[in-house]
Design a protein around this ligand. Structure first.
Ligand code: ADP
Ligand code: MG
Length: 448
């Protein structure tokens, strides 16, 4: 069991920033795992709350990936006895905030849905609004439009949250709706079990009567040919009956090696929807909503500081927020006081960051043989304007600065000009390879 936990930790370590990993996972252990009931030992009750609210899914995913069946996870404060002895203490279970009104129905565990994910607590912003609109249309009319619903994007951007929320809403609207949420890794291991027990032929029975099938992390189907074939059959059967199919992945099916081309094209015929990295304003909105949800007070300056410094994903954004709120509780300072005191330095390993916006502006100007004054002046001459827009683009992408701050930095009147400038470069680099190379070279100068 201990080896398993080491593997699980290794998996988690890849997903979260090193600072969090050592803060939250260093002293954890797997106390027991019987019949899907997992008990994890932690240092004290602070950790129980953090791990339960922030890392529940990460831990569950990592356990599943390592072949451990997970129905529910409890966290237990361990005394410093060796974790091997299962303590008799009552496991500490923390109720999730504000979810009291949602009853845990008996099928919540069977169908794989977790009631903590709702549309109400999913913040809609420019990185996800199209996907959310599609989700809403599915909730209204499952199996008609957006079928299959293919949702893709990098880790920690809200795929699980959104598809779980769809599932929860569907069941809420119609308690008889038969739904199954299953990660591909689980699909695969159940399929292998069925074959080994001589029940391979009956495997698809479980899926026959479903009204909606949600399959997560489809990218892990790679090299699992038989499972893929089985999935293809199940997919076709359900699809013909107009049942809703929802699939998530970290990339498009056509980018997953060894995925059958026919399956790849079928998976995206209802449209492929992506979740993108949130922009500065989105990050602020998410942080604000999360803080409100937790009932915590946090100053706008502190929110902006976190938004500017976390450039990876929403999971890390949440992690940073919780860590700062926790520390502020412990130290008796407000989050912004804490940050100003330098006590809450955010781990910036996610990206190499240039030291200042001034440096970015200077490097861009220098590259285009302009002085900063020329570049940040009023000239509409084409190459000067492009340089200015490249500076806007880099300040946004590399420093996550708000458009208002960028406007100040490059001497333009208002933030809409900045938004336009960033968009222009974003579009241009799709086809203009010279511009793309130029930007890469400037980045080398900045970081070099
Ligand atoms: P993924 O499945 O893409 O790796 P998750 O759905 O697990 O990502 O999201 C990571 C964390 O970020 C979760 O705790 C989730 O609740 C939160 N999250 C992601 N997007 C949003 C959003 N738009 N609003 C609120 N929380 C979000
Ligand atoms: Mg996920």
């Amino acid at each position: 069991m201990y080896n398993v936990w080491e593997n699980v930790l290794a998996e988690i370590e890849q997903k979260i920033s090193p600072a969090y990993f050592s803060t939250w996972f260093q002293d954890t252990s797997l106390m027991s795992a019987e019949n899907g009931h997992i008990v994890i030992g932690v240092k004290n009750s602070f950790y129980v709350k953090q791990l339960r609210t922030k890392y529940y899914n990460t831990i569950a995913d990592a356990l599943t990936k390592n072949g451990v069946t997970v129905d529910n996870i409890d966290f237990e404060v361990k005394s410093d006895v060796k974790p091997k002895v299962r303590s008799r203490e009552v496991p500490v279970t923390i109720e999730l905030p504000k979810l009291k009104s949602i009853k845990k129905t008996s099928d919540t565990t069977d169908n794989g849905l977790n009631s903590k994910y709702t549309l109400d607590n999913f913040v809609i912003c420019s990185n996800n609004d199209v996907a959310v609109a599609a989700a809403k249309s599915i909730i209204k009319n499952p199996g008609t439009r957006c079928n299959p619903f293919f949702l893709y994007g990098g880790p920690g951007l809200g795929k699980t949250h959104l598809v779980q929320a769809i599932g929860n809403e569907l069941v809420k609207n119609n308690p008889n709706f038969k739904i199954l949420y299953i990660p591909v890794s689980r699909f695969y291991s159940d399929f292998i079990d069925a074959i080994q027990n001589g029940k391979g032929k009956d495997f698809n029975r479980r899926f026959e009567k479903l009204d909606c099938l949600i399959v997560e992390d489809f990218q892990f189907i790679v090299n699992k040919e038989k499972s893929q074939e089985e999935f293809f059959n199940i997919f076709n059967n359900l699809y013909q009956l107009n049942k809703q199919i929802i699939v998530t992945s970290d990339r498009l099916p056509s980018q997953i090696e060894t995925v059958d081309v026919r399956l790849a094209s079928r998976l995206t015929m209802g449209g492929a929807f992506d979740l993108q990295l949130p922009k500065f304003e989105d990050k602020c909105a998410i942080l604000k909503a999360k803080a409100e949800f937790m009932g915590a007070e946090i100053e706008p300056e502190a929110i902006e500081y976190i938004a500017e410094n976390v450039n990876t994903n929403i999971r890390d954004l949440e992690g940073e927020l919780s860590a700062i709120l926790l520390m502020s509780e412990v130290r008796g300072l407000t989050p912004w006081e804490l940050i100003q005191n330098g006590a809450a330095s955010i781990n910036k390993n996610s990206k190499l960051r240039p030291t200042s916006s001034k440096q970015v502006v200077e490097k861009v100007a220098k590259y285009y043989n302009l002085t900063v004054k020329e570049m940040c002046g009023k000239s509409r001459v084409s190459n000067i304007k492009t340089a200015r827009q490249v500076a806007m683009f880099l300040l946004s992408k590399e420093l996550s600065m708000s458009t208002t701050k960028i406007a100040n930095e490059v001497g333009v009147k208002d933030h809409t000009t900045v938004m336009h400038g960033i968009k222009k470069i974003e579009n241009d680099i799709k086809l203009n390879f010279t511009l793309r190379d130029q930007i890469d070279t400037i980045k080398e100068h900045i970081y070099g």
